[in-house]
Design a protein around this ligand. Structure first.
Ligand SMILES: [Zn+2]
Ligand SMILES: [Zn+2]
Length: 428
């Protein structure tokens, strides 16, 4: 180091020390808690008396990076109600000193008068930030466009379809050519096709030995019921989506004829069942098709599925790990990505995304989940409302995705094991 440079560096150090001493003195004068940011506050832009959240971090630290989308969301959703500031302390090392922080990220909460109320070190979820503000009397829940209250508790139109024409699992219309009937103690249960049968089978908790004997499928060619175990299945996949379709036949001859016309492969029950069970919901274990499911990535490495968007979030509860959920808006198919950290939403893309919690009233008047087929995520509340309008029989309410995750994180191990199982949360 040459002499001139040395002098400059030493002079710089002296100035820095002087600045710190000055900070300490000012801190004493105003009788503020240690590390209070009075000088920094003075340097902040005018906030016209808004509560302020200051996040001190850096663009390359991982928990700081996870804070970034949360800060963006808070900024846009609570514009005019909350002032959100990010300070990069690696680029502005002085700022870190001014705020007296020990590590990054640190979030500091200032009330509307500029008084520091609270500081938090490390990643802080949006949910926790909002809860903290509420503690200080700043209620942001009604602000912004993120979570407007919306619910529909009575169907817009009664479901007038005859019971036997409705699929017990998915509530879809039953095509008579693919009807599956299961005999139960409570009478016959009708399903729209073999896939819904396998979903049902995968979430039964009873002893399933010999269960196949209770099941008939429909011969695609003749329209007549045939025992499940005797059918030949023509299995193929949609050329564009890859989603499987299944047709049952009483005999191999009829299946071969249909194969000549429409392609596919002929499978016996055991082989079909293996295919149907090759993808399972990572939360409730139901058989699912990836084309219908949400993708779930556990700790950035293990891929699994959520048979519905709520089940997808439930993978975080079941595994106790951080997950990424890739779901599609039920109305527009636009992508929605949720990342969790320690059981909380760490980021949400887009920030306006919301969840529909499909619920139905039980005969005793209490509310229960309407089942996996009646849940969904939407990129915004307007899409959700449009979808609800288009589906007059759906009942439930809009909840935030943080709330949907929190509902799952509250479940005990026993409740998780029973989730979505028939007999535990029976549809209808
Ligand atoms: Zn169905
Ligand atoms: Zn599931």
């Amino acid at each position: 180091m040459n002499k001139t440079l040395k002098i400059v560096v030493i002079a710089g150090l002296i100035l820095a020390v002087a600045a710190i001493i000055l900070l300490k003195q000012r801190g004493k004068e105003t009788d503020a808690p240690q590390g209070l940011s009075t000088p920094a506050v003075a340097a902040m832009p005018q906030t016209s008396g808004l509560p302020r959240l200051v996040d001190l971090g850096a663009d390359k630290c991982i928990p700081c990076k996870m804070m970034a989308p949360i800060l963006e969301e808070l900024k846009t959703q609570y514009q005019g109600k909350l002032y959100v500031v990010f300070v990069d302390v690696w680029k502005n090392p002085n700022a870190g000193k001014q705020y007296g922080i020990q590590l990054i990220p640190t979030q500091i909460f200032y009330d509307a008068t500029g008084k520091e109320r609270f500081r938090h070190e490390g990643f802080f979820s949006k949910e926790d930030i909002l809860a903290k503000w509420k503690e200080f009397g700043v209620d942001l829940s009604g602000a912004g466009s993120a979570t407007p209250a919306f619910e529909r508790l009575a169907p817009a139109k009664p479901d007038e379809r005859p019971k036997e024409s409705i699929c017990y699992m998915c509530d879809g219309n039953i095509n008579p050519k693919t009807l599956v009937t299961v005999q139960t103690d409570k009478g016959p249960v009708t399903l729209c096709g073999p896939h819904c049968y396998f979903i049902m089978y995968s979430c039964l908790t009873e002893d399933k030995t010999g269960f196949e004997k209770k099941v008939t499928v429909t011969d695609w060619a003749a329209g007549k019921p045939i025992p499940l175990s005797e059918a030949a299945f023509l299995y193929s996949e949609d050329e564009i989506t890859g989603r499987p379709w299944i047709k049952a036949f009483a005999g191999r001859e009829a299946a071969l004829a249909e194969r000549a016309a429409s392609g596919g492969s002929i499978l016996a029950l055991a082989a079909l069942q293996q295919k149907e069970f090759s993808h399972r919901c990572g939360f409730c274990d139901r058989a699912c098709y990836p084309q219908d499911a949400s993708e779930v990535i556990v700790e950035g490495a293990v891929y699994t599925w959520g048979c519905c968007s709520h089940c997808a979030l439930g993978v975080a509860a079941r595994t106790g790990k951080n997950i990424e959920v890739r779901e599609k808006d039920r109305l527009t198919k636009q992508a929605i990505v949720v990342k969790t950290l320690d059981g909380k939403v760490a980021s949400l893309e887009p920030g306006t995304a919301v969840a529909w919690f499909g619920q139905r009233k039980k005969p005793d008047g209490t509310w229960t989940s309407a089942g996996c087929f009646h849940q969904g995520f939407f990129t915004n509340a307007d899409n959700l409302k449009k979808w609800v309008e288009q589906n007059p029989c759906e009942t439930g309410r809009l909840i935030s995705i943080s709330q949907a995750l929190a509902d799952k994180m509250r479940l005990s191990a026993d409740q998780i094991q029973k989730a979505c199982k028939i007999g535990e949360c029976a549809p209808k």
